[in-house]
Ligand binder design. Structure first.
Ligand code: ADP
Length: 405
Protein backbone atom coordinates (compact mmCIF):
# COMPACT_ATOMS: atom_id res chain seq x y z
CA UNK A 1 0.00 0.00 0.00
CA UNK A 2 1.47 3.37 -1.04
CA UNK A 3 0.27 6.49 0.71
CA UNK A 4 0.94 10.05 -0.40
CA UNK A 5 1.23 12.41 2.56
CA UNK A 6 0.47 16.05 1.84
CA UNK A 7 1.11 19.17 3.86
CA UNK A 8 -0.35 22.19 2.07
CA UNK A 9 0.48 25.73 3.06
CA UNK A 10 -1.00 28.76 1.35
CA UNK A 11 1.87 28.88 -1.16
CA UNK A 12 3.60 25.56 -0.61
CA UNK A 13 2.92 21.86 -0.89
CA UNK A 14 5.18 19.37 0.87
CA UNK A 15 4.80 15.72 0.01
CA UNK A 16 6.10 12.26 0.87
CA UNK A 17 5.24 9.00 -0.81
CA UNK A 18 5.46 6.19 1.75
CA UNK A 19 5.34 2.49 1.04
CA UNK A 20 3.61 1.18 4.15
CA UNK A 21 5.27 -2.18 3.73
CA UNK A 22 8.34 -1.40 5.80
CA UNK A 23 7.20 2.23 6.18
CA UNK A 24 9.75 3.29 3.60
CA UNK A 25 9.80 6.82 2.20
CA UNK A 26 10.04 6.37 -1.58
CA UNK A 27 10.35 10.07 -2.36
CA UNK A 28 9.67 13.46 -0.86
CA UNK A 29 9.64 17.02 -2.01
CA UNK A 30 8.30 20.51 -1.82
CA UNK A 31 6.50 22.76 -4.30
CA UNK A 32 7.23 26.34 -3.28
CA UNK A 33 5.82 29.73 -4.24
CA UNK A 34 2.58 28.33 -5.66
CA UNK A 35 0.80 31.16 -7.46
CA UNK A 36 3.80 33.46 -6.96
CA UNK A 37 6.50 34.19 -9.57
CA UNK A 38 9.58 32.02 -9.07
CA UNK A 39 7.80 28.76 -8.19
CA UNK A 40 9.97 25.66 -7.98
CA UNK A 41 9.83 22.02 -7.01
CA UNK A 42 12.46 20.05 -5.13
CA UNK A 43 12.21 16.29 -5.32
CA UNK A 44 14.33 13.62 -3.61
CA UNK A 45 14.16 9.85 -3.87
CA UNK A 46 15.16 7.15 -1.40
CA UNK A 47 18.16 6.16 -3.51
CA UNK A 48 19.70 9.62 -3.34
CA UNK A 49 18.45 11.26 -6.56
CA UNK A 50 17.72 14.92 -5.97
CA UNK A 51 16.48 17.63 -8.30
CA UNK A 52 15.38 21.24 -8.01
CA UNK A 53 13.41 22.55 -10.96
CA UNK A 54 11.95 25.94 -11.73
CA UNK A 55 8.34 25.43 -12.68
CA UNK A 56 5.36 27.64 -12.93
CA UNK A 57 2.34 26.46 -10.99
CA UNK A 58 -0.55 28.87 -10.68
CA UNK A 59 -2.40 26.80 -8.09
CA UNK A 60 -2.27 23.64 -6.00
CA UNK A 61 -3.75 21.46 -8.77
CA UNK A 62 -0.88 22.40 -11.07
CA UNK A 63 1.60 21.72 -8.28
CA UNK A 64 0.03 18.27 -7.79
CA UNK A 65 0.32 17.57 -11.51
CA UNK A 66 4.00 18.47 -11.35
CA UNK A 67 4.77 16.25 -8.37
CA UNK A 68 2.92 13.36 -10.01
CA UNK A 69 5.10 13.94 -13.07
CA UNK A 70 8.21 13.86 -10.89
CA UNK A 71 7.14 10.63 -9.20
CA UNK A 72 6.19 8.81 -12.37
CA UNK A 73 8.60 10.03 -15.06
CA UNK A 74 12.32 10.52 -15.59
CA UNK A 75 15.19 9.99 -13.15
CA UNK A 76 13.11 10.83 -10.07
CA UNK A 77 10.41 8.26 -10.86
CA UNK A 78 9.55 5.88 -8.02
CA UNK A 79 6.29 4.51 -9.42
CA UNK A 80 5.25 3.91 -13.01
CA UNK A 81 1.64 4.98 -12.72
CA UNK A 82 -0.28 7.34 -10.48
CA UNK A 83 -2.74 4.47 -9.91
CA UNK A 84 -0.11 2.86 -7.68
CA UNK A 85 -0.97 5.48 -5.06
CA UNK A 86 -3.66 3.91 -2.89
CA UNK A 87 -4.57 6.78 -0.60
CA UNK A 88 -3.72 10.36 0.34
CA UNK A 89 -3.25 11.66 3.89
CA UNK A 90 -3.45 15.40 4.53
CA UNK A 91 -2.11 17.33 7.48
CA UNK A 92 -4.70 19.83 8.71
CA UNK A 93 -3.65 22.47 11.22
CA UNK A 94 -6.93 23.32 12.93
CA UNK A 95 -9.71 20.92 13.74
CA UNK A 96 -10.84 22.87 16.83
CA UNK A 97 -13.29 20.78 18.89
CA UNK A 98 -14.84 19.22 15.79
CA UNK A 99 -12.29 16.49 15.12
CA UNK A 100 -11.20 14.31 18.04
CA UNK A 101 -9.66 11.85 15.58
CA UNK A 102 -8.30 11.65 12.09
CA UNK A 103 -11.00 10.81 9.56
CA UNK A 104 -11.70 10.15 5.92
CA UNK A 105 -12.60 13.10 3.72
CA UNK A 106 -16.15 13.70 2.56
CA UNK A 107 -18.07 16.85 1.75
CA UNK A 108 -19.21 17.28 5.35
CA UNK A 109 -15.62 17.06 6.61
CA UNK A 110 -14.49 19.62 4.02
CA UNK A 111 -17.32 21.97 5.06
CA UNK A 112 -16.30 21.66 8.73
CA UNK A 113 -12.64 22.35 7.96
CA UNK A 114 -13.76 25.34 5.92
CA UNK A 115 -15.90 26.63 8.77
CA UNK A 116 -12.71 26.86 10.85
CA UNK A 117 -10.94 29.06 8.30
CA UNK A 118 -11.90 32.09 10.35
CA UNK A 119 -9.66 30.94 13.21
CA UNK A 120 -6.98 29.41 10.96
CA UNK A 121 -6.92 31.75 7.96
CA UNK A 122 -3.38 30.89 6.88
CA UNK A 123 -3.82 27.14 7.10
CA UNK A 124 -7.31 25.69 6.63
CA UNK A 125 -8.15 27.31 3.25
CA UNK A 126 -4.82 25.99 1.92
CA UNK A 127 -5.59 22.48 3.20
CA UNK A 128 -8.92 22.55 1.40
CA UNK A 129 -7.23 23.62 -1.80
CA UNK A 130 -4.92 20.64 -1.39
CA UNK A 131 -7.79 18.22 -0.79
CA UNK A 132 -9.72 19.51 -3.81
CA UNK A 133 -6.64 19.38 -6.01
CA UNK A 134 -5.93 15.80 -4.89
CA UNK A 135 -9.52 14.86 -5.70
CA UNK A 136 -9.06 16.25 -9.20
CA UNK A 137 -5.76 14.46 -9.79
CA UNK A 138 -6.35 11.14 -8.02
CA UNK A 139 -10.07 10.65 -8.51
CA UNK A 140 -11.89 8.83 -5.77
CA UNK A 141 -9.09 7.06 -3.87
CA UNK A 142 -9.52 7.43 -0.09
CA UNK A 143 -8.25 10.66 1.41
CA UNK A 144 -7.74 11.16 5.12
CA UNK A 145 -7.26 14.28 7.22
CA UNK A 146 -5.03 14.27 10.29
CA UNK A 147 -5.35 17.28 12.58
CA UNK A 148 -2.67 19.05 14.63
CA UNK A 149 -5.33 19.59 17.28
CA UNK A 150 -6.81 16.08 17.69
CA UNK A 151 -4.26 14.73 20.17
CA UNK A 152 -5.14 17.53 22.59
CA UNK A 153 -8.83 16.61 22.73
CA UNK A 154 -8.13 14.68 25.89
CA UNK A 155 -7.23 17.85 27.82
CA UNK A 156 -9.52 18.45 30.79
CA UNK A 157 -11.59 21.63 30.81
CA UNK A 158 -9.51 23.13 33.63
CA UNK A 159 -6.54 23.05 31.20
CA UNK A 160 -8.28 24.20 28.06
CA UNK A 161 -10.49 26.98 29.41
CA UNK A 162 -9.35 30.60 29.50
CA UNK A 163 -10.43 32.62 32.53
CA UNK A 164 -12.58 35.04 30.55
CA UNK A 165 -16.39 35.29 30.52
CA UNK A 166 -17.79 31.80 29.95
CA UNK A 167 -20.04 33.14 27.26
CA UNK A 168 -17.08 33.49 24.89
CA UNK A 169 -16.50 29.78 25.17
CA UNK A 170 -20.16 28.94 24.65
CA UNK A 171 -20.76 31.33 21.78
CA UNK A 172 -17.43 31.41 19.97
CA UNK A 173 -15.68 28.23 21.15
CA UNK A 174 -12.81 30.28 22.52
CA UNK A 175 -10.55 27.87 24.40
CA UNK A 176 -7.11 26.31 24.24
CA UNK A 177 -6.88 23.83 21.37
CA UNK A 178 -3.15 23.13 21.15
CA UNK A 179 -1.20 22.22 18.03
CA UNK A 180 1.69 19.98 16.87
CA UNK A 181 -0.47 17.11 18.17
CA UNK A 182 0.73 14.69 15.51
CA UNK A 183 4.32 15.30 16.57
CA UNK A 184 3.61 15.05 20.31
CA UNK A 185 1.67 11.84 19.68
CA UNK A 186 4.46 10.34 17.54
CA UNK A 187 7.34 11.09 19.91
CA UNK A 188 5.46 10.10 23.07
CA UNK A 189 4.56 6.72 21.52
CA UNK A 190 8.13 6.26 20.37
CA UNK A 191 9.39 7.20 23.84
CA UNK A 192 7.24 4.48 25.44
CA UNK A 193 8.47 1.95 22.85
CA UNK A 194 12.08 2.89 23.58
CA UNK A 195 11.52 2.57 27.33
CA UNK A 196 9.81 -0.77 26.76
CA UNK A 197 6.87 0.25 28.90
CA UNK A 198 3.18 0.67 28.17
CA UNK A 199 2.47 4.32 27.45
CA UNK A 200 -0.49 4.10 29.84
CA UNK A 201 2.00 3.83 32.72
CA UNK A 202 4.16 6.82 31.74
CA UNK A 203 4.26 10.55 32.40
CA UNK A 204 6.08 12.18 29.48
CA UNK A 205 6.82 15.81 28.69
CA UNK A 206 7.33 16.32 24.96
CA UNK A 207 9.12 19.48 23.83
CA UNK A 208 8.58 20.20 20.14
CA UNK A 209 10.97 23.08 19.49
CA UNK A 210 11.21 24.44 15.95
CA UNK A 211 10.22 27.68 14.26
CA UNK A 212 6.94 26.99 15.96
CA UNK A 213 7.28 25.42 19.40
CA UNK A 214 5.03 23.76 21.93
CA UNK A 215 5.37 21.56 24.99
CA UNK A 216 2.84 18.93 26.01
CA UNK A 217 2.18 16.98 29.20
CA UNK A 218 1.37 13.42 28.11
CA UNK A 219 -0.07 11.41 30.99
CA UNK A 220 -0.77 7.77 30.21
CA UNK A 221 -0.60 8.46 26.47
CA UNK A 222 -3.09 11.34 26.63
CA UNK A 223 -2.37 15.03 26.27
CA UNK A 224 -3.43 16.67 29.54
CA UNK A 225 -2.05 20.12 28.86
CA UNK A 226 -0.16 21.93 26.14
CA UNK A 227 1.37 25.35 25.69
CA UNK A 228 -0.21 26.59 22.46
CA UNK A 229 -3.66 28.06 22.82
CA UNK A 230 -6.61 29.10 20.67
CA UNK A 231 -4.11 29.65 17.86
CA UNK A 232 -0.46 28.63 17.39
CA UNK A 233 0.68 32.07 18.60
CA UNK A 234 0.33 31.19 22.28
CA UNK A 235 2.58 29.44 24.79
CA UNK A 236 6.35 29.55 24.38
CA UNK A 237 8.17 32.31 22.54
CA UNK A 238 9.11 31.03 19.08
CA UNK A 239 11.09 32.10 16.02
CA UNK A 240 8.83 35.05 15.23
CA UNK A 241 5.85 34.45 17.52
CA UNK A 242 5.52 36.08 20.93
CA UNK A 243 3.94 33.23 22.85
CA UNK A 244 1.83 34.14 25.90
CA UNK A 245 1.44 37.82 26.75
CA UNK A 246 -0.35 39.99 29.23
CA UNK A 247 -3.61 40.86 27.39
CA UNK A 248 -3.48 44.47 28.59
CA UNK A 249 -0.46 44.98 26.34
CA UNK A 250 -2.78 45.18 23.36
CA UNK A 251 -4.64 48.30 24.48
CA UNK A 252 -1.49 49.84 25.97
CA UNK A 253 0.51 49.39 22.76
CA UNK A 254 -2.48 50.56 20.70
CA UNK A 255 -2.62 53.79 22.70
CA UNK A 256 1.13 54.35 22.52
CA UNK A 257 1.72 53.45 18.88
CA UNK A 258 -1.63 53.52 17.08
CA UNK A 259 -1.19 49.87 16.11
CA UNK A 260 -4.50 48.15 15.51
CA UNK A 261 -6.28 44.99 14.32
CA UNK A 262 -4.22 42.93 11.93
CA UNK A 263 -1.10 44.95 12.68
CA UNK A 264 -1.10 43.34 16.12
CA UNK A 265 -1.37 39.92 14.57
CA UNK A 266 1.57 40.72 12.33
CA UNK A 267 3.61 42.06 15.26
CA UNK A 268 2.92 39.08 17.53
CA UNK A 269 3.14 36.42 14.79
CA UNK A 270 5.88 37.69 12.52
CA UNK A 271 7.99 40.24 14.37
CA UNK A 272 8.24 38.86 17.89
CA UNK A 273 9.88 35.83 19.52
CA UNK A 274 13.61 35.28 18.92
CA UNK A 275 13.49 37.80 16.07
CA UNK A 276 11.75 40.49 18.09
CA UNK A 277 14.04 40.27 21.12
CA UNK A 278 17.32 39.77 19.26
CA UNK A 279 16.56 42.07 16.32
CA UNK A 280 18.87 39.72 14.41
CA UNK A 281 17.07 36.62 13.27
CA UNK A 282 14.28 34.17 13.95
CA UNK A 283 16.64 31.27 13.36
CA UNK A 284 17.98 29.59 16.50
CA UNK A 285 21.33 28.89 14.80
CA UNK A 286 21.90 32.58 14.06
CA UNK A 287 20.90 33.47 17.61
CA UNK A 288 23.24 30.89 19.09
CA UNK A 289 26.13 32.11 16.97
CA UNK A 290 25.51 35.78 17.70
CA UNK A 291 25.16 35.05 21.43
CA UNK A 292 28.47 33.17 21.43
CA UNK A 293 30.09 36.20 19.80
CA UNK A 294 28.84 38.43 22.60
CA UNK A 295 25.62 39.91 21.20
CA UNK A 296 23.63 40.69 24.33
CA UNK A 297 20.20 40.73 22.78
CA UNK A 298 20.80 37.38 21.10
CA UNK A 299 21.96 35.97 24.44
CA UNK A 300 18.85 37.41 26.09
CA UNK A 301 16.57 35.84 23.46
CA UNK A 302 18.24 32.47 23.93
CA UNK A 303 18.10 32.70 27.72
CA UNK A 304 14.43 33.62 27.60
CA UNK A 305 13.64 30.64 25.39
CA UNK A 306 15.49 28.17 27.63
CA UNK A 307 13.96 29.69 30.75
CA UNK A 308 10.45 29.36 29.35
CA UNK A 309 11.03 25.74 28.32
CA UNK A 310 12.32 24.93 31.81
CA UNK A 311 9.35 26.69 33.39
CA UNK A 312 6.82 24.66 31.39
CA UNK A 313 8.65 21.41 32.13
CA UNK A 314 8.43 22.21 35.83
CA UNK A 315 4.77 23.10 35.66
CA UNK A 316 3.87 20.00 33.66
CA UNK A 317 5.74 17.78 36.10
CA UNK A 318 3.63 19.42 38.81
CA UNK A 319 0.43 18.83 36.83
CA UNK A 320 1.23 15.13 36.35
CA UNK A 321 2.68 14.62 39.84
CA UNK A 322 6.01 13.60 38.33
CA UNK A 323 7.72 12.88 35.06
CA UNK A 324 9.28 9.68 33.74
CA UNK A 325 10.74 11.09 30.53
CA UNK A 326 11.39 14.37 28.77
CA UNK A 327 11.61 14.29 24.99
CA UNK A 328 13.26 16.93 22.80
CA UNK A 329 12.17 17.11 19.16
CA UNK A 330 11.79 19.60 16.27
CA UNK A 331 14.66 21.49 14.58
CA UNK A 332 15.92 23.08 17.81
CA UNK A 333 15.08 20.15 20.08
CA UNK A 334 16.84 17.66 17.81
CA UNK A 335 19.88 19.80 17.00
CA UNK A 336 20.68 22.38 19.64
CA UNK A 337 22.83 20.82 22.33
CA UNK A 338 23.16 24.29 23.90
CA UNK A 339 19.40 24.69 24.38
CA UNK A 340 19.08 21.16 25.78
CA UNK A 341 21.99 21.62 28.17
CA UNK A 342 20.75 25.00 29.42
CA UNK A 343 17.20 23.73 29.92
CA UNK A 344 18.30 20.60 31.80
CA UNK A 345 20.72 22.42 34.13
CA UNK A 346 19.70 22.51 37.78
CA UNK A 347 16.78 20.14 37.41
CA UNK A 348 18.06 17.55 39.84
CA UNK A 349 14.96 18.13 41.99
CA UNK A 350 13.09 16.38 39.13
CA UNK A 351 15.66 13.61 38.81
CA UNK A 352 16.93 15.15 35.57
CA UNK A 353 20.63 15.01 34.76
CA UNK A 354 21.96 14.72 31.25
CA UNK A 355 25.20 13.22 29.99
CA UNK A 356 27.06 16.08 28.33
CA UNK A 357 29.00 13.80 25.96
CA UNK A 358 25.81 12.14 24.78
CA UNK A 359 24.31 15.60 24.36
CA UNK A 360 26.93 16.45 21.71
CA UNK A 361 25.77 13.59 19.49
CA UNK A 362 23.44 13.90 16.51
CA UNK A 363 20.87 11.38 15.41
CA UNK A 364 17.22 10.41 15.21
CA UNK A 365 17.44 8.96 18.70
CA UNK A 366 19.81 9.90 21.51
CA UNK A 367 19.51 8.87 25.14
CA UNK A 368 20.82 11.87 27.09
CA UNK A 369 20.11 10.42 30.53
CA UNK A 370 23.18 10.57 32.79
CA UNK A 371 24.03 7.39 34.66
CA UNK A 372 21.89 6.99 37.74
CA UNK A 373 19.45 9.78 36.84
CA UNK A 374 15.83 8.91 37.64
CA UNK A 375 14.16 10.76 34.77
CA UNK A 376 14.93 9.79 31.20
CA UNK A 377 15.82 12.52 28.71
CA UNK A 378 15.71 11.65 25.02
CA UNK A 379 16.14 13.28 21.66
CA UNK A 380 13.61 11.67 19.32
CA UNK A 381 13.32 12.96 15.76
CA UNK A 382 9.72 13.66 15.00
CA UNK A 383 7.98 12.11 12.00
CA UNK A 384 4.58 13.67 11.48
CA UNK A 385 4.37 12.35 7.92
CA UNK A 386 4.70 8.75 9.08
CA UNK A 387 2.03 9.31 11.73
CA UNK A 388 -0.28 10.75 9.04
CA UNK A 389 0.42 7.77 6.78
CA UNK A 390 -0.28 5.33 9.63
CA UNK A 391 -3.60 7.02 10.42
CA UNK A 392 -4.51 7.00 6.73
CA UNK A 393 -3.70 3.31 6.50
CA UNK A 394 -5.77 2.54 9.60
CA UNK A 395 -8.71 4.52 8.21
CA UNK A 396 -8.47 2.79 4.85
CA UNK A 397 -8.57 -0.51 6.73
CA UNK A 398 -11.60 0.47 8.73
CA UNK A 399 -13.00 2.75 6.03
CA UNK A 400 -15.41 4.46 8.39
CA UNK A 401 -14.22 4.19 11.97
CA UNK A 402 -12.01 6.77 13.68
CA UNK A 403 -8.29 6.08 13.89
CA UNK A 404 -6.89 5.66 17.38
CA UNK A 405 -3.53 7.12 18.41
P1 ADP B 1 9.39 24.25 11.62
O1 ADP B 1 8.70 24.62 12.89
O2 ADP B 1 9.30 25.30 10.56
O3 ADP B 1 9.09 22.84 11.13
P2 ADP B 1 11.98 23.13 12.31
O4 ADP B 1 11.44 22.09 13.20
O5 ADP B 1 12.64 22.72 11.04
O6 ADP B 1 10.93 24.27 12.00
O7 ADP B 1 13.03 23.98 13.19
C1 ADP B 1 13.67 25.09 12.69
C2 ADP B 1 14.55 25.64 13.81
O8 ADP B 1 15.53 24.65 14.14
C3 ADP B 1 15.30 26.90 13.41
O9 ADP B 1 15.24 27.86 14.44
C4 ADP B 1 16.72 26.39 13.26
O10 ADP B 1 17.65 27.38 13.55
C5 ADP B 1 16.76 25.31 14.31
N1 ADP B 1 17.92 24.44 14.07
C6 ADP B 1 18.15 23.61 13.04
N2 ADP B 1 19.40 23.08 13.14
C7 ADP B 1 19.95 23.58 14.27
C8 ADP B 1 21.21 23.43 14.94
N3 ADP B 1 22.13 22.64 14.45
N4 ADP B 1 21.41 24.13 16.08
C9 ADP B 1 20.47 24.94 16.57
N5 ADP B 1 19.26 25.14 16.00
C10 ADP B 1 19.01 24.47 14.87
Amino acid sequence: MKILVINCGSSSLKYQLIDMEGEKVLCKGNCERIGIPGSKITHKTADGYQVERDASFANHTEAFAMLVDMMTKGDGAVISDVKEINAVGHRVAHGADMFPHSCLVDEEVIAKIDSLSEIAPLHNPAHIQGIRAAQRIFGDIPQAVVFDTSFHHSMPSKAYMFAIPYNYYKEYHIRRYGFHGTSHRYVSKKCAEIMGRPIESLKIITCHLGNGSSITAVDGGRSVDTTMGFTPTGGLMMGTRSGDLDPSLVTFIAEKTGLHGNEFLRTFNEQSGLLGVSAISSDARDIEKAASLGNENAALAQNMLCYQIKKYIGSYAAVMNGVDAIVFTGGIGENSSTVRETVCQDMDYLGVKIDLEQNKKRGDFIDLTAEGAKTKVFVIATNEELMIARDTLALCGKMSQPAEG
